[in-house]
Ligand binder design. Sequence first.
Ligand SMILES: *[C@@H]1O[C@H](CO)[C@@H](O)[C@H](O)[C@H]1NC(C)=O
Ligand SMILES: *[C@@H]1O[C@H](CO)[C@@H](O)[C@H](O)[C@H]1NC(C)=O
Ligand SMILES: *[C@@H]1O[C@H](CO)[C@@H](O)[C@H](O)[C@H]1NC(C)=O
Ligand SMILES: *[C@@H]1O[C@H](CO)[C@@H](O)[C@H](O)[C@H]1NC(C)=O
Ligand SMILES: *[C@@H]1O[C@H](CO)[C@@H](O)[C@H](O)[C@H]1NC(C)=O
Ligand SMILES: *[C@@H]1O[C@H](CO)[C@@H](O)[C@H](O)[C@H]1NC(C)=O
Length: 246
Amino acid sequence: MTIQTSISSWATLVVLLCASLTHAHTVITYPGYRGNNLNTNGTIAEANGLGVAYNTKNGSLYYPYGMEWIYPCGGMPTSTNRTKWPINGGALAVQPGWFPGHETALIYVNLGFGETPENMSHPVVSPFQITGPTNNPYPGTFCLPQVPLPANISVKAGDYATIQVVEVAKHGAALFNCADIIFADDHDPEIQEVTRDNCFNSSDLSFQYMYTTSAIGTSGVAMVKPQSTLLALVPIMVAVFFGSFL
Ligand SMILES: *[C@@H]1O[C@H](CO)[C@@H](O)[C@H](O)[C@H]1NC(C)=O
Ligand SMILES: *[C@@H]1O[C@H](CO)[C@@H](O)[C@H](O)[C@H]1NC(C)=O
Ligand SMILES: *[C@@H]1O[C@H](CO)[C@@H](O)[C@H](O)[C@H]1NC(C)=O
Ligand SMILES: *[C@@H]1O[C@H](CO)[C@@H](O)[C@H](O)[C@H]1NC(C)=O
Ligand SMILES: *[C@@H]1O[C@H](CO)[C@@H](O)[C@H](O)[C@H]1NC(C)=O
Ligand SMILES: *[C@@H]1O[C@H](CO)[C@@H](O)[C@H](O)[C@H]1NC(C)=O
């Protein structure tokens, strides 16, 4: 890549980032999520080190490190404007690059059942790693067109559930976001159509599926190594690479 093309790639990135910053403060772009939680307020000092603290003067909560770090749904309460989602599972589209520290990130997708789920302890996809263009915030979307339901869970049209997306940064901190859904029959016309516009993989993101080996030993060696080591460690690794950043 010449310096000029790399500068123009950067310019494109910055433009895309600004566009997404002004137009859509969304993290889960399909199905609709609980709302904008890209919010940091209050100071770390006044929260005395807490991730979420209570302002005794006026009863408001503040999030000096940012709302998205709060389990289970990034500081957002259950929403009332639920989105219909297919009873046999459906699409999920996410913008993973809003915060620094996500040049690589692990993604987990879980379901919680009921109007306000007791837990989000039902994983629906194997955790996977994404690699983005930079450790700074970046634009870009990934989409899983067919996220299944957990094995042995059956739901009926009209049941409520919440999709939780967890994004673990390079340093291990996790961002949380949720979409509240109502299950609907596959042919329900109110399910938002999945198209190339709302469900796509950006060219500057790549994916690594991860498989753990059996015993690594008792020395407490980290299971997930940086990518190059990971290649040597795991028996199978499927890497799908797109675009010009390689
Ligand atoms: C639900 O309402 C909130 C607040 O108006 C909004 O930010 C969010 O995008 C809405 N979600 C859906 C799925 O419509
Ligand atoms: C509560 O007080 C803080 C300052 O202490 C202020 O920044 C914030 O906007 C207030 N919130 C509400 C909901 O009044
Ligand atoms: C911080 O942001 C949250 C979410 O928007 C809001 O509910 C809260 O009142 C804000 N706190 C302060 C102190 O402004
Ligand atoms: C999570 O909640 C479900 C109900 O949605 C319940 O059946 C299950 O036992 C709970 N799991 C844990 C680990 O608490
Ligand atoms: C699902 O149920 C079947 C039959 O009860 C059982 O054999 C299987 O282990 C269960 N699978 C999971 C993932 O719980
Ligand atoms: C995006 O990439 C993932 C991982 O390779 C893949 O499972 C998914 O189907 C892709 N999405 C689309 C819309 O092609």
